[in-house]
Write a protein that binds this ligand. Structure first.
Ligand SMILES: Nc1ncnc2c1ncn2[C@@H]1O[C@H](COP(=O)(O)OP(=O)(O)O)[C@@H](O)[C@H]1O
Ligand SMILES: [Mg+2]
Length: 285
């Protein structure tokens, strides 16, 4: 997609403006070396059969920060985050090589306990995907899997997760209704409740608001802002405004490689790479 330079420059300014607007509400240490690294990725390569989809991805994700992953469709955003909890191993002929450290532990090691890993690294998908069960059971499911707890504590934890995902007020009177009866935006918050109920450390969100309306999207964005106090969040988004609004760091992917990574402010105001600038100003993608 090509855009006249003037129009794309305006877009550039308005994106930079979005970053400025929210600066007051975020406290980010400006020196990345002082921040705790939650996930450290080194030379990650990924293969679908013989097709290589990721090339030497190297990136550090900081604890309690939101990192946005942006880039055109098919550049490897989903593939990249699906390595963090090894969810790709549910499929045949998919292979990751390289190093992913979660608090220093080797995620790709054969010794890694996958049930435990997927509890620690929760995931929210593009299409809201509640289980075919009640609202209550959707959230209780993972709790039962990971903890031995009695009925009262289970109910308390379900309530807490629904409150933290800003859904409680809307569902407290119909916890026994099927999750699939909720609106799309509510279903997505239910999936967030399901993910956070088990107290993960990292939340992976793969275009979580691409299938829901703008009001629901705004709710999810507010939620992300609140959740980063407890979790490290990785947000894949093709919506540049969303990345500018909610993320602290941004990684720009292209053709399976990480072209540029930095503070969101820097990426949107002063990208180092021409490719990054061309993408965020809408000159391609
Ligand atoms: N299941 C799959 N089998 C084979 N190739 C795939 C599969 N899923 C994704 N790919 C390929 O891997 C590349 C990256 O895809 P993906 O990670 O889905 O990109 P994005 O999330 O950025 O749109 C693309 O070339 C895509 O065609
Ligand atoms: Mg994707």
């Amino acid at each position: 997609m090509m855009m006249p330079a003037e129009k794309s420059d305006n877009l550039f300014c308005s994106l930079a403006g979005l970053v400025d607007e929210r600066k007051t509400s975020t406290t980010v240490d400006s020196d990345p070396s002082k921040q705790a690294v939650k996930i450290s990725v080194r030379n990650l390569n990924f293969f679908y059969g013989h097709h290589q989809a990721l090339f030497d991805n190297t990136i550090d994700l900081f604890a309690n920060q939101v990192t946005a992953i942006i880039g055109p469709s098919g550049c490897g955003k989903s593939t990249h985050i699906r390595t963090y909890n090894r969810i790709f191993e549910l499929y045949r002929n998919q292979k990751a090589q390289g190093q992913i450290l979660l608090d220093g532990e080797d995620v790709l090691s054969p010794e890694m306990n996958l049930i435990d890993l997927r509890k620690r690294v929760g995931m929210i998908f593009q299409k809201p995907s509640p289980f075919p069960m009640t609202i209550f059971e959707n959230v209780a499911y993972g709790l039962r899997l990971h903890y031995r707890i009695g009925r009262n504590e289970l109910a308390d934890r379900v309530e807490m997760a629904l409150k933290r995902s800003a859904l409680w007020d809307e569902v407290q009177d119909k916890l026994d209704r099927p999750g699939t009866e909720l609106s799309g935006g509510q279903q997505q918050r239910l999936c967030i409740a399901r993910a956070i109920a088990v107290e993960p450390e990292v939340l992976l969100m793969d275009e979580p608001s691409s299938a829901i309306d703008p009001v629901a999207t705004a709710k999810i964005e507010d939620l992300i802002e609140a959740l980063k106090e407890k979790y490290t969040i990785v947000l894949v988004t093709h919506n540049m405004q969303q990345a500018a609004r909610v993320s602290d760091y941004t990684a720009f992917f292209y053709n399976g490689s990480i072209v540029e990574f930095g503070r969101t402010e820097q990426i949107f105001k002063k990208p180092a790479m021409k490719q990054t600038e061309d993408y965020i100003t809408g000159r391609f993608g």
